[in-house]
Design a protein around this ligand. Structure first.
Ligand code: NDP
Ligand code: ZN
Length: 352
């Protein structure tokens, strides 16, 4: 077994702290990665604090991982020592079912194995530990290549925030001639703006934060609506083809549904916890044939696609680098919406 240094939550209420744990000895199909950067997703907070239920402790969060290949097994053909690679939100799936065969491992009928807070149920039954750590061992099918053109410090969030916003935009064919609203200007939201713009759509940010208006425009948003301003919300009635909703907590969907044209689509990516939202008014869907849909990250092939797309279009994340030791303060700031727009941990600098 490999002894690995990391940072873990030991319960839903304890702050994260240094933690040493074991990873499996690399197998023939494994890539061993020296982690350099690890993005901080709001899902890390939800799970470290058991906001979705079923959290397993100790938990080493982190599913936006960039690192250098330190070793490869004898069957690994795609990668060699020294390559810059990434690992996102999944590390295994059954590889046999219809979803896996369609490159939709995130919807694996047997249940995909998350990068942390899971169990390697298709191999050794060891717990999964994520990217807030110095090393990870992952089967080659769940490793992606980081294009040379991407700045590696700011590329880590593409592995979750990027793919989660890109995938539904592609699936629903968002592009030229469409008006889309992106709700919540955080890690996911700011990437959603960049991809929607690159795909040719006209983009409006819905934010609670006046302080983000100027930056939203700098990042390419065509318009900004302050979502707490009823007059601005009313003026938006029936004007959008799509909404991309990244808000991480309960919120009333009805005002956003009413901002959709007929046949418009509201895409939920933010609220994974039980939807204790104020009820959706049936008429808001029925009278305009609107759709309310959800989307989970993206498959491995599409994760490679979004990395290549980002390199081609010069899209990177706006990141604030932090030290591993700063993680608890970073969580507090994210909850206040005070991050522009993704924290990335400098794992290379962490020596325990
Ligand atoms: P962030 O914390 O970076 O951003 C969320 C943004 O939502 C905030 O910046 C804020 O934007 C807005 N917001 C926060 N609190 C509220 C509130 N109380 N009411 C209204 N708006 C609020 O989170 P992430 O972007 O990392 O993640 C967003 C959500 O997406 C999380 O729930 C996460 O678990 C989920 N997620 C889903 C995935 C999927 O596959 N579907 C994958 C990854 C994450 P502003 O200040 O502009 O209002
Ligand atoms: Zn995430």
């Amino acid at each position: 077994m490999l002894n690995v240094l990391g940072y873990a939550a030991e319960s839903a209420t304890s702050p994260l702290k240094p933690f040493t744990f074991e990873r499996r000895d690399p197998r023939a199909d494994d890539v061993t990665i020296e982690i350099l950067y690890s993005g901080v997703c709001h899902s890390d907070i939800h799970q470290a604090r058991d906001e979705w239920g079923g959290s397993m402790y100790p938990m080493v969060p982190g599913h936006e991982i960039i690192g250098r290949v330190a070793a490869v097994g004898s069957e690994v053909k795609k990668y060699k020592v020294g390559d810059m690679v990434g690992v996102g939100c999944m590390v295994e799936s059954c590889q046999q079912c219809s979803a896996c065969k369609d490159d939709l491992e995130q919807y694996c009928l047997e249940g995909m194995v998350p990068t942390y807070n899971g169990t390697h149920k298709f191999s050794d039954n060891l717990p999964t530990f994520g990217g807030y750590s110095k090393q990870i061992v992952v089967t080659q099918n769940f490793v992606v290549k980081i294009p040379d053109a991407l700045d590696i410090k700011s590329a880590a969030p593409i592995l979750c925030a990027g793919i989660t916003t890109y995938s539904p935009l592609k699936h629903y064919g968002v592009g030229k001639g469409h008006k889309i609203g992106v709700i919540g200007m955080g890690g996911l939201g700011h990437m959603g703006v960049k991809y929607a713009k690159a795909l040719g759509a006209e983009v409006t940010i819905f934010t609670r934060s006046e302080s983000k208006v100027a930056e939203a425009k700098k990042q390419g948003a065509d318009h900004v609506i302050i979502s707490t301003d009823e007059a601005q919300m009313a003026a938006a009635t029936e004007s959008f083809d799509f909404m991309l909703d990244t808000v991480p907590v309960q919120h009333d969907l009805n005002p956003y549904l009413n901002a959709l044209k007929y046949d418009g689509t509201h895409i939920m990516v933010g609220l994974i916890e039980p939807m204790d939202n104020p009820p959706v008014h049936g008429a808001n869907l029925i009278m305009k044939r609107r759709r309310l849909v959800g989307s989970l990250i993206g498959g491995i092939a599409e994760t490679q696609e979004v990395l290549d797309f980002s390199a081609k279009h010069g899209i990177t994340c706006d990141v604030e680098m932090i030290k591993m030791e700063d993680i608890n303060g970073a969580y507090d700031r994210m909850i206040k919406g005070d991050v522009k727009y993704r924290f990335v941990i400098d794992m290379a600098a962490y020596q325990g």
